[in-house]
Ligand binder design. Structure first.
Ligand code: NAP
Length: 461
């Protein structure tokens, strides 16, 4: 039996692993980073450049040619050049005929041009097969090693075979290709890297508006009112007391706004008797940013916990407690423990602790790593059932805390209700509507509607 030396076998396997040649137009940052990665993965790389002089920045296994020469050496050409220079490709149209051209370009502004860069490239080189890919991967990520978040590569193109060839390259670079369909999807793909927290805009804007409103509302009731009426300066309330009113109020309102679109959608479906009618756009958008609303609410709830924990070391609180002790000593009278107050205080604390615990659980299950490891039913159980329970606990926490003031005329300063009362409006509406929707006379038709039943079928057989 012939024995093959092991070093020869190794050599043979490396040679057979050698992949096809890929051409890159442009020796800029992205071109070089991609070439480096391609060479690592066994591809031969040739550059098409305006200058054929080798530079120390170019990976040493790559070769540099003129654009026309480089185009002859590969069937796939990656255009690592800004869109505004694409005109130079027109005279090369013959050399590029039948080739797969990969457009990786991005713009500086959303919808900067009337058509996508990839469609523009198709217009300039009509004989080539254009594929859009790699635009969401950065040169930096290619050089430093790709982390999970940037692993996805959106790919689109009209030629299925060309798209498949590009997706094979993407896969062999240990990236995940996501087929987005025809080349017309390029416009959307080109907008991805330019988006700035699209789902966070509404929650952040709403939080800012509500924070401003409640800040001035509490300032009027807790600082300006005592100053005007009793000439007492409580301006230091701004630092902790008012902040610790705003945080729980916003946490509760934002949490209830996570569940309000769900009950609104259910009411609309019940009213229309079908699920095959689109919701208004504003409701669709609101539903899409519920996770972000919930996370902002959790941030406010966490701040409320921190502000509450520092209460015992606040100078004002210590002054008030010592004042009460001294007045009892001076009057030589010990105050009896008020059992109702003791119960109320412990109950509201217990409800707050449980509510916050569930709130954290909701936040944890919304993390992609956790939500990916549970099935749809488990996810719904946590986000819907436990979510409503969290809302019940947090609303009860606020009700028990502020309940004693609701009927007291002294809490209506300048005829304005306490801020806590305002914070209860939305959560109470959500919980009441949800409670009504649980009744079988509404729940059963709603379940049927969600399974496809229609009160007045639009398309009768
Ligand atoms: P870059 O560093 O400025 O390189 C662009 C290259 O284009 C130049 O090095 C040059 O290569 C070539 N070039 C410049 N002017 C030209 C002209 N008038 N005619 C022909 N070729 C010209 O840019 P880059 O960062 O590599 O970006 C290249 C493309 O990749 C852009 O469309 C960008 O949107 C896209 N992209 C970049 C990144 C990133 O992280 N950088 C990420 C995703 C997508 P030669 O000197 O060799 O001719």
């Amino acid at each position: 039996m012939n024995r093959v030396p092991s070093n020869k076998m190794a050599l043979e396997s490396t040679t057979s692993n050698k992949r096809e040649t890929v051409c890159i137009f442009g020796t800029g940052d992205f071109g070089r980073a991609l070439a480096h990665k391609l060479i690592q993965c066994g591809y031969a790389v040739v550059f098409g450049s305006r200058s054929t002089q080798l530079s120390s920045l170019i990976p040493k296994d790559a070769e540099v040619f003129s654009h026309a020469e480089a185009a002859q050496k590969a069937s796939i050409i990656i255009i690592a050049i800004q869109r505004q220079h694409y005109n130079f490709l027109s005279p090369l149209a013959e050399n590029l005929h039948g080739k797969v051209l990969v457009d990786i370009s991005n713009n500086l502004k959303i919808n900067q041009y009337p058509e996508s860069n990839a469609e523009y490239l198709a217009h300039i080189v009509p004989g080539a097969k254009i594929v859009k890919a790699f635009n969401t991967v950065s040169a930096w990520a290619l050089q430093t090693g790709i982390v999970d978040a940037s692993r996805q590569v959106f790919v689109c193109g009209n030629d299925t075979e060309a798209k498949q060839m590009v997706m094979d390259i993407v896969r062999s670079l240990c990236l995940s290709p996501l087929d987005q369909g025809a080349l017309s999807a390029a416009r959307e793909i080109e907008n991805y890297p330019l988006q700035l927290f699209p789902m966070w805009k509404f929650p952040i804007f709403l939080s800012l508006v509500l924070t401003t409103f409640f800040f001035f509302y509490c300032l009027i009731l807790d600082v300006i009112y005592p100053y005007v009426n009793d000439n007492k300066d409580f301006s230091f309330f701004i630092a902790i007391s008012i902040a610790n009113q705003i945080c729980p109020i916003l946490a509760l309102i934002l949490l209830s706004l996570v569940y309000l679109p769900g009950v609104l959608a259910a009411t609309i479906q019940l009213y229309r008797g079908t699920k095959y009618c689109r919701f208004p756009d504003w409701l669709d958008k609101w539903m899409l940013c519920r996770k972000q609303l919930g996370l902002v609410a959790l941030a406010f709830a966490s701040l409320h916990v921190l502000y509450t924990l520092v209460t015992p070391i606040r100078s004002f609180i210590r002054w008030r407690i010592s004042g009460q002790t001294i007045s009892q000593a001076l009057n030589n009278k010990t105050e009896e423990l008020d059992m109702t107050n003791a119960w109320l205080s412990d109950s509201y604390l217990a409800l707050g602790i449980l509510g916050f615990f569930l709130f954290i659980l909701l936040g944890i299950t919304s993390l992609p790593s956790v939500s990916n490891s549970v099935n749809w039913r488990e996810f719904r159980f946590v986000q819907s059932n436990l979510g409503y329970l969290t809302l019940v606990f947090c609303t009860a926490h606020t009700l028990v805390y502020g309940g004693k003031w609701f009927l007291s005329p002294s809490s209506y300063r300048w005829y304005l209700p306490n801020a806590y009362m305002l914070s209860l409006i939305v959560p109470c509406i959500v919980l009441v509507v949800k409670f009504v929707l649980i009744f079988p006379c509404l729940d059963k038709p709603l379940t049927r509607i969600r399974q496809g039943w229609e009160r007045k079928p639009q398309y009768s057989e």
